[in-house]
Design a protein around this ligand. Structure first.
Ligand code: DC
Length: 213
């Protein structure tokens, strides 16, 4: 069983992906962390994420330790990730790892859940893959991200978070390669106003209805 979950930032993809992975005993890959690790590596080297050569070389030399970088979840790294993710050479360098994870999950798991922007459209477009497109209004997503940052003691304002989110959405949806979009056969899941439990129940109901069909 392969489950692909795509959608914009802070729409609830990660929470849903982890819960589905736990529920079905599947391996989980947050593919955004790969792009974040590339962005963080470029920033740490004092280079510009928009510089194609620097980003390509960071992606091609990515190691498991890079995925543990402490700054991975910061807004600065998120923005750098979105810039490196627009570059075809970076996406190419990360493609085989993601496909391999989906088809041959680690630890003997009987399947995998991957969340990102292009899982259902590029990484795992096959019809046997259960696909979700998870989204919410920009204001609801900015509110969630703002609360997460506040809980971490970050001094970002709501207006700033909303602006950054809109910039990132525009970049992710308008890039020439693997732009963020719903796969034709993905289940549309609007999480605005829904609790994580409600989102999980809706996703589960969809998976069950598919297996009955
Ligand atoms: O999901 P996230 O916020 O951690 O992702 C960080 C950035 O990585 C996001 O702005 C776009 C990019 N990304 C991507 O292009 N493709 C993916 N499959 C996952 C993330």
């Amino acid at each position: 069983m392969i489950i692909a979950i795509d959608g914009p930032a802070a729409a609830g993809k990660g929470t849903l992906a982890r819960r589905l992975a736990d529920h079905f005993g599947l391996a989980f890959l947050d593919t955004g962390s790969l792009y974040r690790a590339v962005g963080a590596k470029v920033l740490r080297a004092g280079q510009d994420p928009a510089h194609n050569k620097a980003a390509k070389s960071a992606a091609e030399s990515l190691s498991p330790a890079d995925l543990q970088a402490p700054e991975l979840r910061t807004e600065a790294v998120g923005a750098a990730a979105s810039v490196v993710a627009a570059q075809p050479a970076v996406r190419d360098a990360l493609l085989a790892f993601q496909r391999n994870f989906a088809r041959r999950p680690p630890g003997g798991a009987k399947g995998a859940v991957l969340d990102g922007r292009d899982i259902g459209t590029v990484i795992c477009p096959e019809p046997d893959v259960v696909k979700f497109f998870v989204h919410a209004s920009p204001e609801a997503r900015a509110e969630r991200r703002f609360k997460e940052l506040q809980a971490k003691g970050d001094s970002a304002t709501y207006a700033r978070v909303l602006q950054d989110m809109n910039d990132r959405d525009t970049r992710d949806a308008s890039r020439g390669v693997a732009a963020l979009k719903k796969a034709a056969d993905a289940y549309d899941l609007d999480t605005t106003g829904l609790s994580p439990d409600q989102v999980f129940e809706k996703a589960l109901a969809h998976i069950q209805s598919r297996s009955r069909a």
